[in-house]
Design a binder for this molecule. Structure first.
Ligand code: ATP
Ligand code: MG
Ligand code: FE
Length: 350
């Protein structure tokens, strides 16, 4: 089947088209530039930007694929989780398009979509895997037995998301937003062992309750204290060393917990997703540790790791192939849609 996917959960307006496992189009417009002066994504600004970008992005995707609407078999749209106002724009657009074309419409889970991105360009329905999804909005460790109906959330951040930590620490170091790429660049010339920053939720006492959860706010505070102490002492802050040591702490915790989850659950594949999957040290440590544990590491191309419509289209293709019913027309944007629901349900069913 050929499915068009619409994604508007955060600051990317994405429209992708997938036939089977083949990527036909992946058009993305980002409102990132409009959030720079605020140092983070502003929900109202993101929602308004989606309204402006949705039709041009839809056109761009159809052009790129060389398709007309009547050549599609279904539409999929992110129902949640995400920013409520932003999600509503995509869901509204998708409903309008479905009503106008008579195409079946599937409301789908954004996080499951991130995992489905790994199927694009491959064969099959995806093997059992652990997925580490790390971006400005999420930090989730997921056990996927079957993308269509057996997905389990293992752990999440209990405070800041991983990407958010990069953005906040960049600000402390006087680097611009978004901070992830800036810190990555600065860290390249630094010593990762210069400062031993805390590894959140890895102490033995955290083992029972927070085995697979993450915490980055203590780390951020530790960096802030370290920088303040140097400034108070009139010492120049070694930005490269602080960046490298901070990046090491994040990469260490993320990859350690992800590989442990694979080993402890007997899963042979680890999938990375989200903007932080672009991080050079996260990739390097994940590759090292996965190889040492005999686990296959899969990192989709970056354009498919960050928010995009193609991953939503791919999840839609799977739902169609598995004979799932389209979502009832009264399904809505659900900013807290749980992971256990790859597909959104209607108001009357939930
Ligand atoms: P969502 O959370 O819904 O997926 P988002 O827009 O917050 O959406 P992405 O667009 O996937 O997430 O990723 C953006 C985040 O990734 C930002 O926080 C950014 O700092 C971080 N990021 C990007 N590149 C890197 C990098 N090289 N290292 C670390 N973090 C990075
Ligand atoms: Mg983004
Ligand atoms: Fe996302």
């Amino acid at each position: 089947p050929v499915v068009l996917g619409i994604e508007t959960s955060c600051d990317e307006t994405g429209v992708g088209i997938v036939r089977g496992r083949t990527l036909l189009a992946n058009a993305v417009a980002s409102s990132m530039d409009e959030h720079v002066i605020f140092g983070g994504v502003v929900p109202e600004v993101a929602a308004r930007a989606h309204v402006e970008a949705i039709v041009p992005t839809l056109r761009a995707a159809l052009d790129e694929a060389g398709l007309t609407l009547d050549e599609l078999d279904a539409i999929a749209v992110t129902s949640g989780p995400g920013l409520a106002g932003a999600l509503m724009v995509g869901v509204g657009a998708a409903k309008g398009l479905a009503a106008a074309t008579g195409l079946p419409l599937y409301g789908v889970n954004h996080l499951v979509g991130h995992v489905a991105a790994d199927l694009i360009g491959r064969e099959g329905d995806g093997e059992e895997a652990v997925a580490l999804l790390v971006s400005g909005g999420h930090t989730s460790l997921i056990h996927v037995r079957d993308l269509v109906d057996d997905v389990e959330m293992l752990g999440e951040t209990i405070d800041d998301a991983a990407g958010e930590a990069f953005d906040k620490v960049a600000r402390i170091l006087g680097l611009p937003y978004p901070g992830g790429p800036e810190i990555d660049r600065a860290a390249a010339d630094g010593d990762r062992d210069a400062i031993r920053f805390p590894r959140g939720l890895t102490a033995p006492k955290d083992q029972a309750r927070h085995r697979y959860d993450f915490s980055f706010s203590g780390l951020k505070t530790a960096v802030a204290r370290h920088v303040e102490a140097l400034e108070d002492a009139g010492v120049e802050v070694p930005v490269a060393d602080v960046a490298a040591s901070f990046r090491e702490a994040v990469a260490d915790v993320l990859t350690r917990k992800a590989v442990d989850a694979c080993t402890e659950r007997g899963v042979g594949i680890l999938v990375l997703g989200g903007g932080v999957a672009a991080n050079a040290r996260v990739r390097e440590l994940a590759a090292e540790r996965a190889a040492a544990a005999g686990i296959e590491l899969r990192v989709p191309p970056l354009r498919l790791c960050t928010d995009n419509g193609a991953m939503i289209a791919q999840l839609g293709v799977l739902l169609v192939e598995h004979g799932r019913e389209p979502s009832p027309f009264d399904f809505g944007a659900d900013s807290t849609l749980p992971m256990t629901r790859p597909q959104a349900v209607g108001v009357t069913e939930s």
